[in-house]
Design a protein around this ligand. Structure first.
Ligand SMILES: [Zn+2]
Length: 218
């Protein structure tokens, strides 16, 4: 995703995921829990998972699904080159499965769930979503409005933490191990001392879509 794609993205969002899907409403602003513990789900929802942030994540997840799927099906490689080198040699089926992670994230938001990543593929997808949101937010208020379509502006309440993508990155992941794959030391798994690390953390491509927990299937 680059900022020059913004007009295209607006069309895509309007066409496929217009204001009829107001997922932000599924995440009403609440106060923190009575103890203000700062660690429970209610406290997190009161601060980070604001209506506008969830609307933003959902829109970007669907947009990425659309662009990445086209990219994979047409063999352009424009978007998929954002993945770490370890993904370079993966077949189209693997790439398609990765694109599905964007939809899994969007689907769970539509169910009113915070889309905590359930597998390595979803972790990477969520990092990419947050990267894209941050890039677009950096363009200023007018760009932000695309993330929460103009029609929604009067529907969804504002919150001081709207658009705080780095806080979302802090609270939505158990760890950021997947980002190690961007380190050149992980470019090959052959006789690399990093191989053991890959095996431990579900970082090898054939483990990207294994659920972290059996009770949370992917
Ligand atoms: Zn609490």
């Amino acid at each position: 995703m680059t900022v020059t794609d913004l007009p295209d993205l607006l069309d895509t969002v309007d066409t496929f995921y217009g204001p009829s899907v107001v997922v932000g409403k599924l995440f009403p602003l609440t106060g923190p829990c009575p103890n203000h513990c700062g660690e429970c789900d209610q406290c997190a929802r009161s601060k980070y998972y604001t209506p506008r942030n969830m609307e933003m994540l959902h829109t970007q997840a669907r947009a990425n699904s659309y662009y990445w799927r086209t990219d994979v099906e047409e063999g352009y490689g424009t978007f998929t080159k954002q993945l770490p080198a370890i993904a370079d040699s993966q077949p189209q089926e693997w790439m398609s499965r990765f694109v599905h992670c964007f939809d899994d994230i969007a689907d769970r938001i539509e169910n009113g769930e915070v889309p905590y990543p359930r597998c390595t593929g979803e972790e990477m997808a969520l990092h990419l979503i947050l990267d894209d949101c941050a890039e677009i937010l950096a363009l200023g208020d007018s760009a932000y409005e695309y993330l929460i379509a103009q029609e929604l502006d009067t529907v969804l309440p504002h919150h001081p933490d709207d658009g705080d993508t780095e806080s979302l990155r802090d609270v939505m992941f158990e760890d950021h191990d997947v980002l190690m794959l961007f380190n050149p030391a992980f470019d090959t798994t052959d006789t690399n001392p990093a191989a053991a690390m890959l095996g431990r953390c579900n970082l090898e491509p054939d483990t990207w879509f294994l659920p972290f927990r059996p009770e949370e299937p992917v």
